[in-house]
Design a protein around this ligand. Sequence first.
Ligand code: RFL
Ligand code: PHB
Length: 392
Amino acid sequence: MRTQVGIVGAGPAGLFLALLLQRAGIDCVVLEAKSRDYVESRVRAGVLEQGTVDLMADLGVDARLRRECMIDEGLDIRFSGRLIHLNLPGLTGGKLVHIYGQQEVVKDLIAARLASGGALLFEAEVTRLDNLTGDKPTIHFKHDGKDQTLTCDVIAGCDGFHGVCRPAIPADLLKIYDREFPFSWLGILSESAPLTEMTYANHDRGFALCSRRSPKVARLYVQCPPDDDLADWPDSRIWDELHVRLGDPGRSELAEGRIFQRNIAPVRSFVSAPMRYGRLFLTGDASHIVPPTGAKGLNLAVADVRVLSRALTEFFGNGSAEQLDRYSDTCLRRIWKVVRYSTYMTMLLHRPPDQTPFDREIQLAELDYIANSHAGAVAIAENYVGLPFEED
Ligand code: RFL
Ligand code: PHB
């Protein structure tokens, strides 16, 4: 097999890239290790920045999003019995976010790719990359029980944090920045009405968050110790912690319902740079992870592929590698700002086990400052709705 761009991974990064390249008339093949059913039902993000929604509109894949998404104009932070309400349009000149599950985005992108006849192979696990510094890099993968190869002009590594593309870059050429926080997130989906606003809580017992997927489905998270597993968290314990941490000790505000999905995810900031090695370009979680407190991972993956698709359009259009050569630096400027914001929100809202009384007072003073400062409120709101694209 041969193609212009071999895309490893059919998460948001790989799928958005495939649709962008297809629109530019560039041939590409997407190889995904898991089954279609598996990737379409993987529950993760929910908050889409305007830039992500605009890109879906631009690609003509926003019809279901328009019908089913929820528009979020506010963000609440509860702490010490107090409430900070951030009115997003008021603080950002009219911007807001859309709530629409990542797996719904993924379903819409897969449907569009397959409807157009574009190549997208499921259960095609990439095992090895070859010849990355030559002009015909090769992908080795297993599909239908056979070892196969895909010869490309360029490879896009969109295979997430545990993929094979980042490890294909010689370790001595990568600078790794890694910060694992001493807590995880237990996340659930529940058949119950969510709170009316997106609500983050900093409580003495730890962080909690109430988001939603529909008026009848709540997406809820609580901070837990990093080595906890789901067996440590029977339903009653989850609800007890949610009520207390979200400031509902009388259990009258937050409705309970059947929990139909649950998982525990680590909280970490990770960046590997540069995002390029020869003809291999990394995007999204393959190259960086941000703590979920900022709700940015998917949006950052989309920002990377916007830059990469433009650079590849120039490269295949007139042979110029100028934008490709700047790809890593262009992306990393946004990435570090998003890592900064996500780390800031994480440290503002969680209770690390080793938090000193001094650190706790600083945290509460910061929340008090935001509650009373327009500048403090704007700084959160403008990052939450998504920073502008400087390269535009
Ligand atoms: P993905 O989604 O991990 O997709 C990578 C794909 O590559 C495949 N793959 C391979 N395919 C072929 N061969 C191999 N050898 C392969 N190895 C791997 C995988 O099967 C997979 O299909 O990465 P991508 O596309 O970069 O997308 C990144 C996002 O998924 C991620 O950043 C977000 O989910 C992060 N995130 C959030 N982001 C937001 O923008 N807003 C949010 O509200 C938000 N909430 C979250 C989150 C992540 C969370 N978890 C689970 C860590 C909430 C949580 C709890
Ligand atoms: C979600 O809806 O899954 C969600 C919302 C806000 C976050 C993270 C995840 O910060």
